[in-house]
Ligand binder design. Structure first.
Ligand code: CO
Length: 230
């Protein structure tokens, strides 16, 4: 029973949507519009997977808004999907529950995320890896940037003596990173690297928003941000 607006943090996505004539806005634009419309309480919910650079930027934008002269809008920020060890355990459980039915017991599954350079963001991936391994030792987390590089992941999967591997994005949607870095036909993609190493690859082209139950984790974080406004 409250209005919901969407803000995009990626300049690439903003430009693509605007080129199609869609009225896409970034976070400063949405916040400015809402305060001009008279909203006094705004909960911002991050739809990022980990607290990486984009999340830090959102935090910075919000604190600058709050510091604005005559600014009387209360703004809170809900954390990304994996922001605590509780989140990591919950998300690992949901990923495990949503494994493809055709996956054999000797198949590895590699969930590949974006990777992060921030402290909290880079630690979210090892946390997730730890809980996944506790459920099934052939489940792996990889990242396009650090901490778990393609080479590092390849070595681990190879050592696990698997029959084939399932390549699944740990990304919100199947966008540019998934299509090119993971599933691309060019040398350097994750798919090609595993095939080259002699490990057959099965691609699962689904984003995290398609994993049953996962949206509730973001929604719970939004609830917390709303409660903080009270
Ligand atoms: Co990127």
């Amino acid at each position: 029973d409250m209005p919901v607006y969407v803000a995009y943090s990626s300049a690439h996505v903003l430009n693509t949507l605007r080129a199609k004539g869609l009225p896409a806005k970034n976070l400063p634009q949405v916040l400015a519009d809402l305060s001009a419309e008279g909203f006094t309480h705004i909960a911002v919910q991050s739809m990022h997977v980990v607290p990486g650079l984009e999340f830090d930027i959102a935090k910075d934008i919000i604190s600058r808004f709050q510091a604005m002269p005559k600014g009387d809008t209360a703004i809170t920020l809900g954390v990304p999907l994996v922001a605590s060890h509780e989140d990591a355990e919950r998300v690992a459980g949901l990923l495990f529950a949503s494994l493809p039915a055709e996956r054999g017991a000797k198949d590895a599954v590699v969930f590949v995320g974006h990777g992060a350079v921030t402290q909290n963001g880079s630690l979210a991936y090892p946390a997730l890896q730890c809980f996944l391994a506790g459920l099934d030792r052939r489940l792996f987390v990889g990242t396009i940037e650090g901490p778990f590089t393609l080479e590092n992941t390849l070595t681990k999967v190879d050592a696990a003596k698997v029959e084939r591997m399932w390549l699944i994005p740990l990304l919100t949607v199947v966008g540019d990173h998934a299509q090119n870095d993971l599933f691309g036909d060019d040398d350097g993609s994750w798919k090609q690297a595993f095939i080259k190493a002699g490990i057959p690859v099965v691609m699962s082209k689904r984003g995290l928003t398609a994993v049953p139950g996962l949206a509730a984790v973001w929604a719970d974080h939004a609830d917390a941000a709303l409660k903080e406004l009270e």
